[in-house]
Design a protein around this ligand. Structure first.
Ligand code: MN
Length: 128
């Protein structure tokens, strides 16, 4: 069975890029375009890993992370924040909110795959 990865990202180009990279790497990919949809997919499907865009319309990725990390049914799912290199403090804020790791956008193929493999292996907290 392939590992399931949920991507929560409002930017279509980034979302499609992540879907293509992860599908080609042998993962099954679920996607959501906002926090609410992502949270309900996470509760229902319990993916092995979540990629969380920090900047989402409506509820942001930090609040969504706090919700998921606060619920017994989803708190064990590792979360990688997708942070914007230009936005100072995104990395620190995402770790404070409970994300296990982060990668900077623009997304690079190898950094994404490396972070996913690492976090699936350790189950979380590789950047703390
Ligand atoms: Mn965004």
């Amino acid at each position: 069975m392939p590992k399931n990865i949920l991507i929560i990202e409002d930017n279509e180009v980034n979302r499609k890029l992540v879907e293509v990279i992860l599908t080609k790497s042998g993962y099954a990919v679920l996607s959501a375009t906002d926090a609410e949809e992502g949270i309900s997919l996470a509760r229902r499907e319990h993916p092995d890993l979540i990629l969380m865009d920090i900047h989402l319309p409506g509820m942001d990725g930090l609040s969504a992370t706090r919700i998921l990390k606060g619920e017994p049914s989803t708190m064990d799912i590792p979360i990688i924040a997708l942070t914007a290199l230009a936005m100072k403090g995104d990395e620190e804020r995402s770790l404070e909110a409970g994300c296990d790791d982060y990668i900077d956008k623009p997304i690079r193929h190898q950094s994404l795959v490396d972070a996913v493999v690492r976090l699936l292996k350790t189950g979380g907290k590789t950047h703390a």
